[in-house]
Write a protein that binds this ligand. Structure first.
Ligand code: MN
Length: 198
């Protein structure tokens, strides 16, 4: 049972000007497709072949090809889901949860931006759910919070800070990309992931 590259719910150009169409096309059809194909190759004929991606990622001491490509497959699936060309606002209940966890929505965004901006080299910033509470962390490469030794919790929102995610439009200006991200977050999808994590 092979993993499949998911279709996007929006066009490559739909997130402009925040994320440009060329970046989206290459990111989805080349990078994400590559992780998907290489994950399928890496699990072929192994104990991982019929496991869910979550089960695979939670396994200790993963072979490095499965860690990198399994993470790449999962992280990008999540990333496309939590983006939207339309402003999908958070509910009052979820805003209250953010305020309880971080003091305010602005404080949450500031902490998240800090995690994303200070990740040296390639990686991801995450908003996680653990025991009903929210937390922020970052991971290197294609690692994620589900992995053993990761920052722990269930990722419900993630931002790709690999240069392939923003370099065509933003070059070295990663903070501008992080700032633009908030305008295209699908909070309904984030909230659904939070509910599913409970
Ligand atoms: Mn990426």
């Amino acid at each position: 049972m092979a993993f499949e590259l998911p279709q996007l719910n929006y066009d490559y150009s739909a997130l402009e000007p925040h994320i440009d169409a060329k970046t989206m096309e290459i990111h989805h059809s080349k990078h994400h497709a590559g992780y998907t194909n290489n994950l399928n190759k890496a699990i072929d004929g192994t104990e991982f072949e019929n496991k869910s991606i979550e089960e695979i990622l939670k396994t200790p001491n993963l072979p490095v090809a499965i860690q990198n490509n399994g993470g790449g497959y999962y992280n990008h699936c999540l990333f496309w889901e939590i983006l939207s060309p339309n402003a999908e606002q958070a509910s009052n209940d979820f805003i209250a949860l953010i305020e309880k966890s971080f003091g305010s929505c602005d404080a949450m965004k500031k902490q998240f931006a800090q995690a994303a901006a200070t990740r040296f080299g390639s990686g991801w910033a995450w908003l996680c759910s653990k025991n009903g509470e929210l937390s922020i962390c970052s991971t290197p490469n294609q690692d994620n919070p589900l992995m053993v030794g990761g920052c722990e919790g269930t990722p419900i929102l993630g931002l790709d800070v690999w240069e392939h995610a923003y370099y065509l439009n933003y070059q070295n200006r990663r903070p501008d990309y992080i700032k633009a991200f908030w305008d295209i977050v699908n909070w309904k999808a984030v909230e659904a992931k939070y509910q599913a994590s409970l």
